[in-house]
Design a protein around this ligand. Structure first.
Ligand code: ADP
Length: 192
């Protein structure tokens, strides 16, 4: 049994599609065990997007550089550097601004393979590359080209834990233990 942290970001809240996204998760049989509308401060956002998680910081930068190459754009001109860590740190400040610009809807979902299943339903990080049928593919069209030009994070509606270890790190940042509930859904018997 796994748990995954899902955060519907301010762009999803402002567009009024909280219910539609939750419905998708509910239909799979996954169980919502925690939920709240919450306005995060920069300190929490900074811990959620850790300054020193190299694979996350440089991974984002790598995706950006690849995109710049694809569109024939100049990384140096927009970021003032080609160093992956420095590019990643600049993007990280945009993410912190984006996730704190309004309330978010945070949830913990539980079930077998919850992490992998939710990532699959969320779709590719870049909405332009997300397959139709996924949440990002169906509800957004943003790209790193548009986002980086405007010096902002990519509006891709939701965060979902990338791995079980990431979920274990992230869930206690957003929820106290007493906010996470244990109960049974009727499908559990049928799907056992
Ligand atoms: P994911 O959310 O799919 O796990 P990442 O962990 O790589 O993706 O990135 C975290 C978030 O940062 C993304 O959901 C997206 O909103 C934003 N983001 C990622 N890469 C970029 C980028 N190059 N420019 C702007 N925002 C980005």
């Amino acid at each position: 049994m796994e748990q995954s942290l899902v955060i519907l970001k301010p762009d999803a809240i402002k567009r009024g599609i909280i219910g539609e996204i939750i419905t998708r998760f509910e239909k799979t049989g996954l169980k919502m065990v925690a939920a709240k509308l919450f306005w995060a401060d920069k300190d929490l956002a900074g811990r959620h997007y850790p300054y020193d998680r190299k694979e996350f910081i440089e991974g984002m930068a790598k995706k950006t550089v690849e995109n710049y190459e694809k569109f024939g754009l100049d990384v140096m001109k927009d970021f003032g550097t080609t160093d992956l860590n420095e590019i990643g740190q600049i993007i990280r400040t945009w993410l912190i601004d984006m996730i704190t610009e309004g309330p978010v809807f945070c949830m913990v979902w539980e079930g077998p393979h919850a992490v992998e299943l939710i990532r699959k339903m969320a779709g590719h990080t870049l909405p332009l590359a997300a397959a139709p049928g996924t949440i990002r593919g169906d509800y957004s069209f943003d790209s790193s080209y548009l986002a980086n030009k405007a010096k902002r994070g990519i509006k891709n509606l939701l965060h979902a834990s990338g791995t079980v270890e990431e979920a274990r790190f992230e869930i206690p940042l957003w929820f106290d233990e007493k906010e996470i509930h244990s109960y049974e859904r009727v499908e559990e018997k049928a799907m056992r």
